[in-house]
Design a protein around this ligand. Structure first.
Ligand SMILES: [Zn+2]
Length: 662
């Protein structure tokens, strides 16, 4: 357990825009910063960071929180793991006892898998560089391939000893559990024996964006046809092949600096490009490119150049996959290497500046590339050509930006010898169809709170572009959720504000804070939430009622219970509740803090009314039930309760200025 003082130190050090900025390219927008959300697929940025509040919020997918929540979400870590991650980044000591075998076991599985992977990487590297077998077999092979030692170190290459289980035995001796050696795929276990998956292979560790080892690729040095040239770690809780790009950790800073990312096929392609001085390069490791991988790149740049070997058949096969790159709104270019060359051989044949110049001169945008490539085989076949035109038009229609689309249309019109108007019409039809489908879907999703008018934004000084889009808030999950969240929100913001005045027993004026008022009102009526979290938060407020140093916002945003800090950030960033406009003396008041004396009682009464209505609904079904079973005693009792509650509801409703008959 990490104490609150240490948590505070970590959060103080972990400046939100810096933490987020490690993974997301942020642009300044007024006092806030915006960028593309790393948690959902979006074309216009709705991911907003508020350095002054120390929190982030995505108005597209709703994720939000402080820097710890961000790391939890982004790196898939638990709360203490995320704190440790940040503590390490900011060199803050967390006092923890030496790990006992029991504690080692207690660490959750993912962390254990990361730890064993990190240890394995060090073991393989040491074996490659220091042991006879590693040096004579592994290192000499790597050097033969022309890979320099500095690259070996940079990518932490290694060697797994030949034989049955040398690595696994050493790992077990160090106290690592077979369970995690197996779940990471480093060790293969059958009933009563274990063996090393990667025995005799040169090891390429695969890092996540944050630089932790999550998997390995192993290359065999045997010429045996029955042995796979490359062997990869299996999918696991820490390694999802479709979300990982080889080299992203080593490349991310250069990708940002050049505002461009090169995509190659294999591990050694990445290595040779780095060696040639081009460091903004990643590999998809043989798999077809996925949405997740493109989004990973898109956090750092919208410009991707895919480098292909000069093998036409292979390229045609992968064209369809590139359409999804277009869909992500990134600028895709393609570079076709001369026949028989791959990035490895090609980059070795020329200097860094020659290579850069070659790429700049020869890369073409994807649509043009695709058109040229396919036209070569279809120019004299009208049916094939018609099919091709449709194919290209579909690709163009995917491009989100209208200007880019029209440039593509002009190009293709020339290249395919088809009138521009025809292409425009085709593209327009496809887009219209897509829009209609999207509207239908949005209509289905918007089932809630449509009457609320958009209003001033109290939290973020300048709304991010996508906020204006119609994103419906989620449906309530428990009774009175909306009202209870509003109660908590108003206390988070104004807990200590003394806005009420009563007379004490001597007739002197006594100031009452928002917190006091709300808690007493709830207490008097014995109101308890159906939701445990809400009750925990209310208890914490009550405990701090007499604490003069209590500051609600930092206390809850930084709370060591991640559910609580999540709720607090959500509420403080919530647009749907804050977008109401309040009337005072006939005029609209833009700032709610000017009318707390009216607003707070109204919120409390709305909550009570909502509770009473829920009770009435419950009674209605009890009355029905009692009627069916001829339980006259219960029926009478429920009906009396019902009539009394109706009166309460009517009173509350009238006080709220709501004359509708219940
Ligand atoms: Zn999002």
């Amino acid at each position: 357990m990490i104490d609150q003082a240490t948590i505070d130190r970590i959060i103080d050090a972990a400046e939100i825009s810096e933490v987020v900025g490690e993974f997301v390219t942020l642009k300044r927008r007024g006092v806030n910063m915006i960028g593309n959300c790393p948690f959902h697929n979006e074309k216009t940025p709705s991911f907003t960071v508020s350095p002054s509040k120390g929190i982030f919020k995505c108005f597209g997918c709703g994720k939000g929180g402080n820097s710890v929540n961000f790391i939890m979400e982004h790196e898939s870590l638990s709360y203490p793991e995320a704190l440790k991650w940040l503590a390490k980044k900011y060199h803050i000591d967390i006092k923890e006892e030496e790990e006992s075998p029991e504690q080692k076991q207690q660490k959750d599985d993912r962390e254990s898998m990361m730890i064993v992977s990190a240890w394995a990487q060090k073991y393989f590297s040491r074996y490659l560089l220091e042991e006879d077998e590693g040096r004579t077999v592994g290192l000499s092979y790597i050097r033969e391939r022309g890979i320099r030692d500095e690259i070996v170190k940079k990518f932490e290459l290694g060697f797994c000893p030949e034989g049955k289980d040398a690595f696994t035995r050493q790992a077990l001796k160090q106290g690592y559990k077979t369970e995690f050696l197996e779940s990471t795929g480093l060790t293969i276990r059958r009933d009563d024996w274990v063996r090393d998956r990667f025995a005799g292979r040169v090891m390429f560790p695969i890092h996540n964006v944050a630089g932790r080892v999550i998997a390995f690729g192993g290359r065999t040095l045997k010429a045996d046809k029955n042995t796979a040239k490359y062997l990869n770690s299996p999918e696991s809780d820490i390694y999802h092949k479709s979300r990982v790009l080889y080299g992203i950790y080593q490349a991310k800073r250069e990708i940002i600096r050049h505002d461009k990312c090169y995509l190659v096929e294999g591990y050694t392609d990445v290595l040779s490009m780095h060696q040639a001085g081009i460091e903004n390069v990643v590999a998809s490791s043989g798999t077809a490119l996925t949405h997740d991988q493109i989004r990973l790149i898109k956090r750092f740049t919208p410009n991707i150049t895919i480098i292909y070997d000069g093998d036409a058949a292979g390229i045609k096969a992968s064209l369809r996959g590139i359409d999804l790159v277009l869909e992500e709104g990134v600028n895709v270019k393609v570079l076709l290497l001369p026949d028989g060359e791959d990035p490895d051989s090609f980059s070795r044949a020329m200097s860094s500046s020659q290579l850069t110049a070659y790429i700049e001169e020869n890369e073409t945008d994807f649509i043009r590339f695709k058109t040229k490539l396919l036209m070569a085989g279809a120019a004299n076949d009208p049916i094939e050509k018609a099919r091709l035109v449709n194919d290209i038009v579909r690709s163009i229609a995917i491009v989100p930006d209208a200007i880019t689309r029209s440039i593509y249309i002009q190009d293709c019109s020339r290249l395919m010898d088809v009138q521009e108007e025809v292409l425009y019409e085709q593209v327009r039809k496809i887009i219209q169809k897509q829009t209609e489908e999207l509207q239908k879907k949005n209509y289905r999703d918007r089932n809630y709170n449509q009457q609320q008018e958009p209003g001033p934004d109290f939290f973020f000084d300048e709304p991010a572009a996508a906020v204006t889009k119609s994103v419906a808030p989620p449906k309530p999950k428990y009774t009175c959720e909306i009202e209870e969240r509003e109660i908590i929100r108003i206390m988070l913001k104004y807990f200590n504000d003394e806005v009420f005045e009563i007379e004490d027993e001597n007739g002197d004026p006594l100031a009452i804070s928002v917190g006091q008022y709300v808690l007493e009102e709830l207490d008097n009526d014995g109101l308890v939430s159906d939701n445990e979290l809400i009750n925990r938060v209310l208890d914490l407020f009550a405990e701090n009622l007499d604490n003069p140093d209590f500051k609600a916002q930092p206390f809850f945003i930084r709370n060591s219970d991640p559910q609580i800090s999540q709720l607090a950030t959500d509420l403080l960033a919530d647009k749907y509740i804050e977008s109401k406009r309040w009337k005072k003396g006939g005029a609209f008041v833009e700032e709610e803090h000017e009318i707390l004396d009216l607003l707070v009682p109204k919120i409390v009464q709305e909550y009570k009314l909502s509770k009473v209505r829920a009770l009435l609904r419950g009674l209605e079904s009890q009355i029905q039930e009692a009627g069916k079973t001829d339980n006259w005693e219960a029926l009478m009792e429920h009906q009396n309760q019902y009539i009394n509650l109706k009166k309460v509801a009517k009173n509350l409703s009238e006080q709220l200025g709501n004359r509708t008959i219940l």
